[in-house]
Design a protein around this ligand. Sequence first.
Ligand SMILES: NC(=O)c1ccc[n+]([C@@H]2O[C@H](COP(=O)([O-])OP(=O)(O)OC[C@H]3O[C@@H](n4cnc5c(N)ncnc54)[C@H](O)[C@@H]3O)[C@@H](O)[C@H]2O)c1
Length: 268
Amino acid sequence: MTTGSQRFIDKHIIITGAGTGIGRSTANRFADEGAKVVIANRNRANGERVAAEIQEKGGTACYISCDVANPESIDDLVKQAVATYGPIHVAVSNAGINEKQPSAADLTVEEWDRIMNVNARGSFLFCRACAMNMVDNGIAGSIVTVSSAMARGTKTETGAYPASKAAVVQLTKNLAKCFAHAGIRVNCVSPGVVATEIWDAIEDAMMAERGTFVDYIIEQSVTNGQLLIGRQGKPEEIAAAIAFLASDEASYITAQNLSVDGGMDWCW
Ligand SMILES: NC(=O)c1ccc[n+]([C@@H]2O[C@H](COP(=O)([O-])OP(=O)(O)OC[C@H]3O[C@@H](n4cnc5c(N)ncnc54)[C@H](O)[C@@H]3O)[C@@H](O)[C@H]2O)c1
């Protein structure tokens, strides 16, 4: 999706989980609009590939290794990012994981922690560190978190993921209140079903039962009239919403959760 707009010229934008999927599209979108983009990712090969993809188009991007669940790794990330591109203007907390899990009745502590540590704790650590950098540098920046349609509904076999994404929505609102005094806006985007690598582990677990799982749930929800735009979302459609909320066009929007889910009224 090319728009020709240049809303982020010379802005330093840092995105976690930007090695694949929604984060990769978001990194490309910001770079296409003139930003200097930090690709923060746990997987080095994917992160370096996205940085190279942007550089090949003439854009500005670098890869920095990061595990969002680790406070020291977040501190290192922010230090390296600031040393490379200067103070942070926009932070996108996008890194996340999912897996097929049992319900809360049977969930192990390890399964709970694995999801919560990346999705909830990681968002908290990353967003706060970036907000503090903005405050220290007098930058009225913008932060966008990524939750999920799953934050507002659940099924028994989804374990910790919905709880982790509901935490992201509430974290967003709290950060918006904490940092409003500095002119920092904090908003959330909640995607529906977008075919990215995050589904691989779930597909593997479900394939024997249901065939290609993403196709299956889209088909079911269209049949049931529970998905108004009857297809999967595209990563670039989520990136467009993130870029909007990060931009000055959203200058009167903060503490909000924007659903980008094709008009979904279910959760699998
Ligand atoms: N794809 C969907 O259907 C969907 C729906 C709703 C919400 N989301 C959310 O969108 C976000 C992006 O997911 P995606 O669909 O692009 O999946 P994805 O698997 O392609 O991207 C997630 C990225 O996060 C990175 N990551 C995972 N753990 C990390 C860690 N500890 N530290 C740093 N990086 C880490 C992965 O390496 C990967 O590049 C996630 O937060 C996800 O929960 C996705």
